[in-house]
Design a protein around this ligand. Structure first.
Ligand code: GRF
Length: 206
């Protein structure tokens, strides 16, 4: 069967990218293939991770490409590689409504809380976990969702809850949410979406 072609957009450390690459190598992801990693941050360690796994990288720095130029170049690169699915794995820029509508139901994001709690504009990285601790919730987690024009507002695909422990700091909570929820949920969701796309591709190519 034809595999879905996947591009992963990153901004930082890339541990979710690493989880996807490992899932591909151990066959958890077998219906899709990561063909490109793209970023707007030339210093993203995620780029090194991609290269270590032999995945092509594309860097379109914020200093050189404004939002429109970035999305144009990205679209060209995605089209040239026949990409079917875009994964936002710690990608900190917000994509325009125009770009998102061109890729309707084909962009997926991981967010480190149980949406609709602690999400939307301004909720990224440690800020999400700080907000959860400050509010005093006893359970948080991670959410994988499709991306639409509302930040963190698209259809929810998967969620996993993580208990908050009395001694948690934002850092310990972030680590547990990543290890026990994000790195599990994202590869699962990517495989499921890839399988659907691969089936569609198989049908249209017959
Ligand atoms: C993760 O917490 C992810 O949920 C959020 O940004 C963080 C990225 O971490 N969207 P990494 O770059 O994958 O290590």
């Amino acid at each position: 069967m034809l595999k879905a072609k996947i591009a992963v957009l990153v901004s930082g450390g890339g541990t979710n990218l690493e989880a996807l690459l490992q899932a591909q190598e151990n066959d958890t992801i077998h219906s899709g293939e990561i063909v490109l990693t793209a970023t707007r941050n030339p210093n993203a360690y995620a780029l090194t991770r991609a290269k270590n796994h032999g995945v092509e990288t594309l860097c379109l720095p914020k200093s050189q490409y404004d939002q429109i130029a970035f999305e144009d170049k990205l679209n060209d690169a995605l089209t040239a590689r026949n990409v079917d699915l875009i994964v936002l794995a710690g990608f900190l820029s917000i994509l325009s409504a125009d770009f998102v509508s061109q890729w309707a139901d084909r962009i997926v994001n991981i967010h480190p809380s149980l949406i609709p709690a602690f999400c939307g504009k301004g909720f990224y990285g440690l800020k999400v976990h700080e907000a959860a601790l400050q509010r005093g919730v006893k359970v948080t987690g991670a959410t994988v969702h499709l991306v639409n024009e509302i930040p963190d507002g698209g259809r929810i695909l998967k969620q996993k809850a993580i208990d908050i422990l009395p001694d948690d700091t934002a850092e310990t909570l972030q680590k547990r949410v990543m290890e026990q929820a994000e790195w599990v949920l994202l590869p699962e969701a990517v495989e499921e979406l890839s399988e659907e796309i691969a089936l569609e591709k198989g049908n249209t190519d017959d």
